[in-house]
Design a binder for this molecule. Structure first.
Ligand code: NI
Length: 133
């Protein structure tokens, strides 16, 4: 943590790994995390928390489905830079970005990037509670 202003642009320039969130600061017991993303994440859900997304650059799609009946009631939202969206707790979701994006997430410290339940993880995905910058 720092008591100096944090440049998100500078913070984003400090890492390249995709789908590997970095903690830029904390608010009470919440992390502010940034990530670079491209391609597809996996379907996953966070049983105990909502998840806040803000798109900093590029465009992010979040596919959503109710965890009840597999595949039923699915939809997707697409967020442009400057747009925010909250995935409700328990909702299965799969972020993706065909052309790549930089995003900011706000969620309780300790929240796993791949949720509490998820599809099998491809090698390029990082199951993490957020890395130090
Ligand atoms: Ni999630």
């Amino acid at each position: 943590m720092t008591d100096e202003p944090i440049s998100l642009r500078a913070a984003l320039a400090r890492f390249d790994r995709l789908w590997s969130p970095r903690i830029v600061t904390r608010v009470n017991d919440y992390d502010v995390r940034i990530a670079k993303v491209a391609g597809e994440h996996v379907w996953h859900a966070h049983a105990d928390t909502d998840e806040f997304f803000l798109v900093l650059e590029g465009e992010l799609t979040i596919a959503l489905r109710d965890g009840g009946a597999a595949g039923a009631g699915g939809r997707a939202v697409t967020l442009a830079a400057g747009e925010v969206f909250v995935v409700p707790r328990g909702m299965e979701h799969k972020p993706s970005s065909a052309a790549g994006a930089s995003i900011l997430m706000f969620e309780p410290t300790g929240t796993l990037s791949v949720g509490d339940r998820h599809d099998e993880l491809p090698g390029h995905l990082d199951a993490t509670t957020g890395h130090r910058l």
